[in-house]
Design a protein around this ligand. Structure first.
Ligand SMILES: Nc1ncnc2c1ncn2[C@@H]1O[C@H](COP(=O)(O)OP(=O)(O)O)[C@@H](O)[C@H]1O
Ligand SMILES: [Mg+2]
Length: 246
Protein backbone atom coordinates (compact mmCIF):
# COMPACT_ATOMS: atom_id res chain seq x y z
CA UNK A 1 0.00 0.00 0.00
CA UNK A 2 1.19 3.51 -0.82
CA UNK A 3 -0.14 6.56 0.96
CA UNK A 4 -0.07 9.83 -0.95
CA UNK A 5 -0.80 13.08 0.86
CA UNK A 6 -1.79 16.14 -1.18
CA UNK A 7 -0.79 19.24 0.68
CA UNK A 8 0.01 22.93 0.56
CA UNK A 9 -0.81 25.44 3.25
CA UNK A 10 -1.89 27.89 0.60
CA UNK A 11 -5.63 27.80 -0.09
CA UNK A 12 -6.88 27.54 -3.67
CA UNK A 13 -3.83 25.64 -4.90
CA UNK A 14 -5.81 22.70 -6.34
CA UNK A 15 -5.16 20.29 -3.46
CA UNK A 16 -8.69 18.95 -3.53
CA UNK A 17 -8.88 18.86 -7.33
CA UNK A 18 -5.60 16.93 -7.35
CA UNK A 19 -6.63 14.55 -4.57
CA UNK A 20 -9.96 13.71 -6.23
CA UNK A 21 -8.52 13.18 -9.71
CA UNK A 22 -5.60 11.19 -8.32
CA UNK A 23 -7.90 8.96 -6.27
CA UNK A 24 -10.25 8.35 -9.21
CA UNK A 25 -7.38 7.60 -11.59
CA UNK A 26 -5.75 5.20 -9.10
CA UNK A 27 -9.10 3.45 -8.60
CA UNK A 28 -8.77 2.19 -12.18
CA UNK A 29 -5.63 0.37 -11.10
CA UNK A 30 -6.44 -0.91 -7.62
CA UNK A 31 -8.48 -0.37 -4.47
CA UNK A 32 -8.26 3.16 -3.11
CA UNK A 33 -9.18 4.90 0.12
CA UNK A 34 -9.69 8.66 -0.17
CA UNK A 35 -9.46 10.39 3.22
CA UNK A 36 -10.91 13.90 3.41
CA UNK A 37 -9.13 15.62 6.28
CA UNK A 38 -10.33 19.11 5.32
CA UNK A 39 -13.52 19.86 7.25
CA UNK A 40 -14.82 21.85 4.27
CA UNK A 41 -15.60 18.40 2.80
CA UNK A 42 -14.86 19.42 -0.80
CA UNK A 43 -13.10 16.17 -1.66
CA UNK A 44 -16.10 14.23 -0.34
CA UNK A 45 -18.35 16.27 -2.65
CA UNK A 46 -15.95 15.69 -5.54
CA UNK A 47 -16.69 11.96 -5.42
CA UNK A 48 -20.46 12.37 -5.14
CA UNK A 49 -20.76 12.23 -1.34
CA UNK A 50 -21.36 14.66 1.49
CA UNK A 51 -19.35 15.53 4.55
CA UNK A 52 -20.62 13.82 7.65
CA UNK A 53 -21.88 15.58 10.78
CA UNK A 54 -20.61 13.03 13.27
CA UNK A 55 -19.24 9.95 11.50
CA UNK A 56 -16.50 11.32 9.28
CA UNK A 57 -12.77 10.70 9.50
CA UNK A 58 -12.35 13.24 12.30
CA UNK A 59 -14.40 10.99 14.62
CA UNK A 60 -11.25 8.84 14.96
CA UNK A 61 -10.11 11.59 17.32
CA UNK A 62 -13.06 10.69 19.57
CA UNK A 63 -12.26 6.99 19.60
CA UNK A 64 -13.98 5.63 16.47
CA UNK A 65 -12.15 3.26 14.19
CA UNK A 66 -11.22 4.46 10.72
CA UNK A 67 -13.17 1.63 9.10
CA UNK A 68 -16.39 2.79 10.80
CA UNK A 69 -16.20 5.98 8.75
CA UNK A 70 -15.98 4.31 5.31
CA UNK A 71 -18.63 5.02 2.69
CA UNK A 72 -18.84 3.75 -0.91
CA UNK A 73 -18.53 6.18 -3.83
CA UNK A 74 -19.55 6.32 -7.48
CA UNK A 75 -16.54 4.14 -8.28
CA UNK A 76 -16.52 0.53 -7.16
CA UNK A 77 -12.85 0.52 -6.21
CA UNK A 78 -12.93 3.86 -4.43
CA UNK A 79 -13.89 4.10 -0.75
CA UNK A 80 -14.23 7.44 1.02
CA UNK A 81 -13.59 8.42 4.60
CA UNK A 82 -15.50 11.73 4.48
CA UNK A 83 -14.76 14.92 6.36
CA UNK A 84 -16.56 15.64 9.59
CA UNK A 85 -17.87 19.13 8.94
CA UNK A 86 -17.51 21.56 11.86
CA UNK A 87 -14.81 19.50 13.61
CA UNK A 88 -12.64 22.06 15.39
CA UNK A 89 -9.04 20.93 15.65
CA UNK A 90 -8.19 23.79 18.01
CA UNK A 91 -10.72 22.62 20.61
CA UNK A 92 -9.17 19.20 20.72
CA UNK A 93 -5.55 19.74 21.69
CA UNK A 94 -2.63 17.80 20.28
CA UNK A 95 -3.97 14.89 18.25
CA UNK A 96 -0.75 13.57 16.76
CA UNK A 97 -0.34 9.89 15.97
CA UNK A 98 -4.03 8.94 15.89
CA UNK A 99 -4.33 8.22 12.15
CA UNK A 100 -1.07 6.30 12.20
CA UNK A 101 -2.32 4.07 15.04
CA UNK A 102 -5.60 3.43 13.17
CA UNK A 103 -3.67 2.40 10.04
CA UNK A 104 -1.63 -0.01 12.11
CA UNK A 105 -4.36 -1.46 14.35
CA UNK A 106 -6.89 -1.91 11.55
CA UNK A 107 -4.32 -3.26 9.10
CA UNK A 108 -5.46 -0.79 6.46
CA UNK A 109 -2.67 -2.02 4.14
CA UNK A 110 -4.51 -5.36 3.81
CA UNK A 111 -7.53 -3.68 2.23
CA UNK A 112 -6.18 -0.94 -0.03
CA UNK A 113 -3.50 -0.56 -2.67
CA UNK A 114 -3.48 3.22 -2.34
CA UNK A 115 -4.56 5.81 0.20
CA UNK A 116 -4.96 9.42 -0.94
CA UNK A 117 -5.33 12.13 1.70
CA UNK A 118 -6.68 15.62 1.03
CA UNK A 119 -5.54 18.07 3.70
CA UNK A 120 -6.62 21.42 5.16
CA UNK A 121 -4.66 24.58 4.33
CA UNK A 122 -3.17 24.81 7.81
CA UNK A 123 -0.15 23.42 9.64
CA UNK A 124 -2.03 21.81 12.49
CA UNK A 125 -2.56 18.37 14.04
CA UNK A 126 -4.66 17.27 11.08
CA UNK A 127 -1.88 17.91 8.59
CA UNK A 128 0.63 16.30 10.97
CA UNK A 129 -1.56 13.18 11.19
CA UNK A 130 -1.48 12.99 7.40
CA UNK A 131 2.28 13.53 7.15
CA UNK A 132 2.87 10.79 9.73
CA UNK A 133 1.43 8.17 7.36
CA UNK A 134 2.77 9.62 4.09
CA UNK A 135 4.92 7.63 1.69
CA UNK A 136 4.72 10.54 -0.73
CA UNK A 137 3.59 14.16 -0.48
CA UNK A 138 2.42 15.96 -3.60
CA UNK A 139 2.52 19.76 -3.36
CA UNK A 140 0.35 21.38 -6.02
CA UNK A 141 1.19 25.03 -6.56
CA UNK A 142 -0.09 27.90 -8.67
CA UNK A 143 2.93 29.52 -10.36
CA UNK A 144 3.08 33.02 -8.94
CA UNK A 145 5.24 34.67 -6.27
CA UNK A 146 3.27 33.60 -3.18
CA UNK A 147 2.84 30.16 -4.68
CA UNK A 148 6.62 29.84 -4.86
CA UNK A 149 6.96 31.01 -1.23
CA UNK A 150 4.30 28.50 -0.13
CA UNK A 151 6.15 25.56 -1.71
CA UNK A 152 9.26 26.45 0.33
CA UNK A 153 7.19 26.68 3.52
CA UNK A 154 5.52 23.36 2.82
CA UNK A 155 8.77 21.53 2.08
CA UNK A 156 10.24 22.84 5.35
CA UNK A 157 7.14 21.70 7.26
CA UNK A 158 7.47 18.18 5.79
CA UNK A 159 11.14 17.90 6.76
CA UNK A 160 10.53 19.37 10.23
CA UNK A 161 7.69 16.99 10.92
CA UNK A 162 9.68 13.94 9.81
CA UNK A 163 12.65 14.91 11.95
CA UNK A 164 10.38 15.63 14.99
CA UNK A 165 8.96 12.12 14.71
CA UNK A 166 12.27 10.48 13.83
CA UNK A 167 10.62 9.28 10.62
CA UNK A 168 11.91 8.76 7.12
CA UNK A 169 11.20 11.82 4.97
CA UNK A 170 8.43 11.07 2.49
CA UNK A 171 9.00 11.30 -1.23
CA UNK A 172 8.21 14.94 -2.09
CA UNK A 173 6.86 15.90 -5.51
CA UNK A 174 5.90 19.34 -6.80
CA UNK A 175 3.01 19.76 -9.22
CA UNK A 176 2.50 23.08 -11.03
CA UNK A 177 -1.24 23.64 -11.54
CA UNK A 178 -3.46 26.06 -13.46
CA UNK A 179 -0.47 26.72 -15.70
CA UNK A 180 -0.52 28.75 -18.87
CA UNK A 181 2.94 28.44 -20.38
CA UNK A 182 2.28 31.52 -22.57
CA UNK A 183 2.35 33.66 -19.43
CA UNK A 184 5.97 34.67 -18.66
CA UNK A 185 5.25 34.94 -14.89
CA UNK A 186 4.16 31.29 -14.87
CA UNK A 187 7.33 30.18 -16.64
CA UNK A 188 9.49 32.29 -14.27
CA UNK A 189 7.80 30.97 -11.12
CA UNK A 190 8.22 27.35 -12.23
CA UNK A 191 11.88 27.97 -13.12
CA UNK A 192 12.49 29.48 -9.65
CA UNK A 193 11.04 26.48 -7.83
CA UNK A 194 13.00 24.10 -10.07
CA UNK A 195 16.25 25.86 -9.16
CA UNK A 196 15.36 25.74 -5.45
CA UNK A 197 14.22 22.13 -5.18
CA UNK A 198 15.58 20.33 -8.22
CA UNK A 199 13.98 19.42 -11.53
CA UNK A 200 13.67 15.78 -10.49
CA UNK A 201 11.02 16.69 -7.90
CA UNK A 202 8.76 18.16 -10.58
CA UNK A 203 5.78 16.66 -12.33
CA UNK A 204 4.58 17.82 -15.73
CA UNK A 205 2.16 20.73 -15.25
CA UNK A 206 -1.65 20.73 -15.15
CA UNK A 207 -3.14 23.32 -17.50
CA UNK A 208 -6.13 25.54 -16.84
CA UNK A 209 -9.36 23.68 -17.56
CA UNK A 210 -12.75 24.81 -16.35
CA UNK A 211 -14.05 21.23 -16.65
CA UNK A 212 -11.94 20.35 -13.61
CA UNK A 213 -14.00 22.87 -11.65
CA UNK A 214 -17.32 21.79 -13.11
CA UNK A 215 -16.86 18.18 -12.03
CA UNK A 216 -17.44 19.28 -8.44
CA UNK A 217 -20.83 20.72 -9.27
CA UNK A 218 -22.40 17.39 -10.07
CA UNK A 219 -20.15 15.38 -7.74
CA UNK A 220 -19.32 13.40 -10.81
CA UNK A 221 -15.64 13.01 -11.61
CA UNK A 222 -15.03 13.06 -15.35
CA UNK A 223 -12.07 10.76 -15.26
CA UNK A 224 -13.73 8.30 -17.62
CA UNK A 225 -13.88 10.82 -20.45
CA UNK A 226 -10.33 12.06 -20.92
CA UNK A 227 -11.04 13.01 -24.51
CA UNK A 228 -13.38 15.70 -23.20
CA UNK A 229 -10.85 17.43 -21.03
CA UNK A 230 -7.29 18.59 -21.35
CA UNK A 231 -7.10 18.84 -17.55
CA UNK A 232 -8.00 15.18 -17.16
CA UNK A 233 -5.33 14.23 -19.70
CA UNK A 234 -2.82 16.24 -17.67
CA UNK A 235 -3.86 14.48 -14.47
CA UNK A 236 -3.59 11.13 -16.22
CA UNK A 237 0.04 11.93 -17.17
CA UNK A 238 0.73 13.14 -13.61
CA UNK A 239 -0.50 9.85 -12.13
CA UNK A 240 1.71 7.85 -14.52
CA UNK A 241 4.70 9.96 -13.47
CA UNK A 242 3.86 9.60 -9.78
CA UNK A 243 3.53 5.82 -10.01
CA UNK A 244 6.98 5.64 -11.57
CA UNK A 245 8.43 7.36 -8.50
CA UNK A 246 6.75 5.64 -5.56
N1 LIG B 1 -6.41 23.07 -13.54
C1 LIG B 1 -7.42 23.87 -13.17
N2 LIG B 1 -8.03 24.67 -14.06
C2 LIG B 1 -9.04 25.51 -13.69
N3 LIG B 1 -9.53 25.60 -12.44
C3 LIG B 1 -8.96 24.82 -11.49
C4 LIG B 1 -7.89 23.91 -11.80
N4 LIG B 1 -7.53 23.28 -10.66
C5 LIG B 1 -8.34 23.76 -9.69
N5 LIG B 1 -9.20 24.67 -10.18
C6 LIG B 1 -10.19 25.45 -9.41
O1 LIG B 1 -9.48 26.28 -8.49
C7 LIG B 1 -10.18 26.39 -7.26
C8 LIG B 1 -9.30 25.88 -6.11
O2 LIG B 1 -9.07 24.49 -6.27
P1 LIG B 1 -9.15 23.48 -5.04
O3 LIG B 1 -8.85 22.13 -5.58
O4 LIG B 1 -10.44 23.64 -4.29
O5 LIG B 1 -7.95 24.03 -4.17
P2 LIG B 1 -7.59 23.79 -2.63
O6 LIG B 1 -8.13 22.46 -2.23
O7 LIG B 1 -6.10 23.87 -2.60
O8 LIG B 1 -8.20 24.93 -1.88
C9 LIG B 1 -11.44 25.57 -7.42
O9 LIG B 1 -12.50 26.42 -7.79
C10 LIG B 1 -11.08 24.60 -8.55
O10 LIG B 1 -12.24 24.16 -9.24
MG1 LIG C 1 -9.32 21.88 -0.64
Amino acid sequence: MKTIVVSNRKGGSAKTTTAVNLACELAKRGSVLLIDLDTQAHASMGVGCMGSLDNGVHSIFFGKTLSETFVPTVFEQLTLSPATEFFDVYENGDLRGVLRSRFFNEMIHEFFDYVVIDTPPTFDSLLKNALEVADAVVIPFVPHHLGVVAVGQMVRAIYQNASYNGQRTPNVGILPVMVNTHIPEHRDAIAKVKIQFGEEKFFSPIGIDVKLSNQFEGGNPIIDHPERSRGIKDYHRFVEELLNRI
